[in-house]
Design a protein around this ligand. Structure first.
Ligand code: GLP
Length: 241
């Protein structure tokens, strides 16, 4: 079941997301974390809450959704670096409690299977998601099977264009592949929190909430999950009936 929360704008969406996330900031909880510009407001609120209220992450664990293939963790646009820069370095989560898939190594598919085994041993309590303008979740592009596990994938042309802004607006610098949790992996999370803001997401939001459950819109599978909260601002909700 999808519980839709509508907000005025990005800031209010981030406030609401923090209200949902706050319930999970407790010892023993396992957070599924996401990258992209969408969760930045939520992460800023988590950092502020840690600094001002002392909320501790010492006994919290995290699993990230995805990583670009071929970027070393020292690359500023690697998702490993993103997570450290925007969240991990500002809270007290132990490094060994955090997990970001590696996009480097001889056996990426073997590493992907190991990532799923770790998640199976440590089920995610709440998975945070953004959504791509083509309806992708993590890097599961249209056409990805709903039962997929963590795997290596090619990025869609539209995703490469969307992410160009993070790579000096130079399309040749954007990685063309990623390691991503599969849709099957994501659906195992006990609860899911998806945030979508801005008119660029309006079409994907409509297909996710009102379209058929179909691989052409990967996020539409969330209609089949029992505990989903979707937070959307006015621009992202513009095409809803
Ligand atoms: C990226 C990430 C997704 C993210 C999406 C939207 O490619 N792999 O996890 O949700 O695209 O990004 P943004 O929040 O910057 O719009």
């Amino acid at each position: 079941m999808i519980n839709v929360i509508r907000t005025k704008d990005y800031e209010e969406a981030s406030d609401k997301a923090f209200e949902v996330m706050k319930e999970y900031l407790k010892p023993g909880k396992v957070l599924g974390l996401a990258t992209g510009s969408t969760p930045l407001g939520l992460y800023a609120r988590m950092v502020k809450d840690h600094q001002e209220n002392g909320t501790s992450y010492k006994e919290i664990r995290s699993f990230n959704l995805d990583e670009y293939v071929g970027l070393p963790i020292s690359h500023p646009e690697s998702y490993y670096a993103f997570m450290h820069h925007n969240l991990f370095d500002h809270i007290d989560i132990p490094e060994e409690n955090t997990h970001v898939p590696s996009g480097l190594g001889e056996d990426l598919e073997g590493q992907a299977r190991h990532y799923d085994e770790m998640i199976d041993a440590c089920p995610v309590d709440i998975q945070l998601l953004g959504i791509g303008s083509d309806g992708h979740i993590a890097f599961n592009e249209p056409g990805t099977p709903f039962d997929s596990g963590t795997h290596v994938t090619d990025l869609a042309e539209s995703t490469i264009k969307d992410n160009c802004r993070f790579f000096d607006n130079d399309i040749t610098k954007v990685p063309t592949q990623a390691v991503t949790q599969g849709i099957g992996t994501i659906m195992k999370a006990k609860a899911i929190l998806l945030i979508a803001t801005g008119s660029n997401k309006a079409k994907a939001v409509k297909e996710m909430l009102e379209g058929p459950v179909d691989v052409s819109c990967p996020a539409s599978i969330l209609q089949r999950h029992e505990n989903v909260t979707v937070i959307i601002d006015e621009d992202a909700a513009a095409l809803l009936g």
